[in-house]
Design a protein around this ligand. Structure first.
Ligand SMILES: *Cc1c(COP(=O)(O)O)cnc(C)c1O
Length: 227
């Protein structure tokens, strides 16, 4: 068995174990394999081991891989910071964007989504750490932005995403995830049909599952460390 296949199975086992430990229904947490900086051959190895959704954070790094793997039925998710001049290519080549952090980016993705494709699935990235220079929508700004997005025909708001400050202790890891889940719940109570809570990475997957993640975004634990 290849290293990537072995690690992929390990990560799936971690997800299953966390679902059991925290009383989540079996298979309620899906796995996004974050392949940023890794070659197409590594993605193909994971694909052949049964992985179907892949996340990329750098457009210039992602586009050649998407082209090289176009004959495979891969679902591509964009997870990185988005500058305005990148929205056209993102709207054309991805099925999901997890990192929408301002209204203007959503507007551009909506305008630029090719008509022959299904609406682009969107998660709003929320800044849960109250850090000034960190990307992400501040919780107070979330509702008006969600409302504006709900009127855009070519994008579909699926839920929230966050990348909290890294910390080792599981209880501390759970706090921002808990807050994000509460925000998601508040939106749902206001009539938004959201089904995706994108949270949890290699080091805090279990804490995210404990707090209701429906999609964990795992890079290092599958593909090894990045330079
Ligand atoms: C890189 C990245 C990940 C994966 O992080 P790991 O710690 O390698 O699992 C997840 N989400 C986003 C947004 C990323 O940029």
């Amino acid at each position: 068995m290849s290293t990537i296949t072995f690690r992929l199975n390990q990560v799936k086992q971690r997800i299953n174990d966390a679902e059991k430990l925290y009383g989540r229904p079996p298979s309620s947490v899906s796995l996004l394999a974050v392949s940023k900086t890794k070659p197409a051959s590594a993605i193909l190895e994971a694909f052949n081991a049964g992985q179907y959704c892949f996340g990329e954070s750098y457009l210039q790094d992602a586009l050649p891989k998407i082209e090289a793997l176009k004959e495979y039925d891969i679902e591509w998710h964009f997870t990185g910071p988005i500058q305005s001049n990148k929205t056209l290519a993102i709207a054309a080549h991805f099925s999901w964007v997890h990192s929408v952090d301002r209204l203007k980016i959503a507007q551009r993705l909506n305008e630029q989504r090719p008509v022959e494709l299904k609406p682009l699935n969107i998660c709003l990235q929320v800044n849960m750490d109250h850090e000034k220079n960190k990307s992400g929508i501040h919780p107070e700004e979330l509702f008006p932005i969600a409302e504006a997005l709900s009127l855009m025909p070519n994008i579909r708001l699926r839920g929230l995403m966050s990348i909290p400050k890294a910390t080792k202790n599981r209880e501390n890891q759970r706090k921002p995830f808990h807050q994000l889940q509460k925000l998601q719940q508040a939106l749902i109570e206001n009539g938004y049909l959201l089904d995706t809570l994108s949270m949890g990475m290699s080091n805090d997957l279990e804490a995210a599952v404990a707090e209701g993640a429906t999609m964990v975004r795992i890079g290092t634990a599958i593909f090894g460390s990045r330079d």
